[in-house]
Write a protein that binds this ligand. Structure first.
Ligand code: SF4
Ligand code: FE
Length: 481
């Protein structure tokens, strides 16, 4: 059965990569305290897939090989698969309280599956089989795959081929019988370092004359010419301090990488789009649609944990019975479940593509993500309200544990009978972490910009809205011809 254990996954990513952090080259990144939590998070995915309790959500039967595979490598074969995807993401959000990084490649694969098939139909190319063979390897080896879309974009008022630096968008710079050479950079690359492979896509709809930018391909994340720069996150150096309590979520974390492609060679059998501009927009939209569906699961799981932390701190503060506290918790649940409803709804109304795979409902997936750009902020605001100002005035763990003054801090941080001040300290730091620390990247900013900034969803919503039909409803009721 092609399911890696968490330990096998860890061993498999111990490879030389050209990684920089704080201006220095990082060796053995898997031992780096800032990076380790992000690896723990991915290991959790591999761990849960091994457990009988979670098999139904975490694994699936491959339609390509018939084998039991990790669901993150599955091509959706039914509505049920689409729903289980969202449920699985909620589960993982609950278990890790951060971004678990493996969805991007998952969503890319599901988008490419149908797009490659449609390109072949139109142009007589062989992308679909190529992609299937590539993906069978991924399934059989239980590989983690990233999906890379966002270019650096240079001057946003100009098209890719009008930029003063043509590398502002990743593009083909050379081509021969063996393959292509590409140059450019992809930013906000969630989990790129922790992934074995990545699939690169265009960042926008490519127009005639810009064919070299309409390119999609698979690449090993440590391929020659790829340089990685680790993205900073708020309070990240707390992970390098002696104690662990000030980190908040000291077990798990996300990871964002700045990826530079400096004349990277891509062999032919890993190319899935090359100049077919007409399909570039479709690939972008389908990937974005799948990833907007994802947010109706992952952010809800993290929301569950934040709501839990808000309830717990209310209990520790002795405020849990106050009606306004209870009402705020209800509001948080209401918002969180609304996001989940959108994730489940766009999955339930999914449909089958001609290629045979299933895709979520595009309009509802965009509505889902549009809500995600707002509700986690309100949930976070309410969590801060319930936690109180201590989340940003607490002394350090070193003071808390100091032989000289620690007992005084404990004395004055004590609240209700039977509640340890250290537990309260942990929960306060955890809320700080989720709302303004490292994990706020996953829960807040990523909710805003991940899978596309708010305006991108509004564009898709306006395209799908069908206002003419809505006007017709009025005319029908009012007998207007
Ligand atoms: Fe998965 Fe959510 Fe992270 Fe995207 S933001 S990779 S959907 S956990
Ligand atoms: Fe994301």
């Amino acid at each position: 059965m092609p399911l890696k254990t968490p330990e096998e996954y860890l061993e498999s990513i111990k490879r030389p990569v050209n990684l920089y952090m704080f201006g220095e080259k990082v060796k053995e990144f898997w031992n780096h305290p800032i990076i380790k939590p992000s690896i723990n998070t991915v290991m959790k995915i591999y761990e849960l897939a091994q457990l009988d309790e979670y098999k139904d959500l975490m694994t699936a039967k491959s339609h390509l090989t018939g084998e039991t595979i990790n669901r993150f490598t599955h091509i959706h074969q039914s509505i049920d698969d689409l729903i289980k995807k969202v449920q699985m993401q909620r589960l993982l959000g609950q278990k890790t309280a951060c971004c678990f990084q493996r969805c991007v490649g998952f969503d890319t694969a599901n988008a490419l599956y149908s797009v490659t098939s449609e390109m072949d139909k139109k142009y007589g190319t062989d992308y679909h089989n190529r992609f299937k063979n590539y993906w069978i390897e991924v399934q059989n080896q239980d590989l983690m795959v990233d999906g890379a879309m966002t270019d650096t974009k240079g001057d946003r008022s100009k098209r890719p081929n009008q930029q003063s630096d043509l590398d502002a968008y990743l593009h083909i710079v050379e081509e021969n019988d063996e393959g292509i050479v590409v140059r450019g950079a992809k930013v906000h690359q969630t989990g790129f370092l922790n992934s074995h492979r990545a699939i690169i896509m265009p960042t926008l709809t490519i127009r005639p004359g810009e064919e070299e930018y309409a390119v999609s391909f698979g690449i090993d994340t440590n391929a020659k010419g790829i340089t990685l720069v680790y993205g900073r996150q708020s309070c990240d150096t707390r992970k390098m301090e002696k104690g662990k309590l000030d980190i908040g979520n000291f077990k798990y974390g996300g990871q964002e990488i700045f990826v530079i492609f400096d004349n990277v060679f891509v062999p032919k059998d890993q190319i899935f789009m090359k100049g077919e501009i007409e399909f570039s927009g479709e690939l972008v939209n389908r990937f974005a649609g799948f990833h907007r569906q994802s947010y109706g699961g992952c952010k809800v799981g993290v929301g569950d944990v934040l709501i839990g932390a808000a309830a717990l701190i209310s209990e520790y503060n002795g405020t849990e019975r106050a009606s306004h506290i209870r009402d705020k918790l209800v509001e948080m649940v209401h918002l969180n479940e609304t996001l989940y409803s959108c994730g489940i709804a766009c999955s339930s109304l999914g449909f089958q593509r001609e290629a045979g795979n299933y895709e979520m409902d595009m309009l509802l997936a965009n509505v889902c993500k549009q809500n995600v750009t707002r509700f986690p902020y309100e949930i976070g605001r309410l969590a801060e309200d319930l936690a109180g100002g201590l989340i940003c005035t607490l002394p350090s763990e070193a003071d808390f544990k100091s032989e000289e003054i620690g007992h005084l801090i404990s004395k004055y941080l004590s609240t209700c009978e039977g509640i340890g001040p250290d537990d309260r300290y942990k929960v306060l730091r955890f809320i700080e972490n989720l709302t303004m620390g490292v994990a706020s990247v996953s829960y807040r900013t990523e909710s805003m910009h991940g899978a596309g900034s708010p305006m991108t969803q509004r564009i898709m919503i306006s395209r799908q809205a069908n206002l003419e039909e809505k006007k017709k409803h009025v005319k029908n009721i009012l007998d207007i011809d």
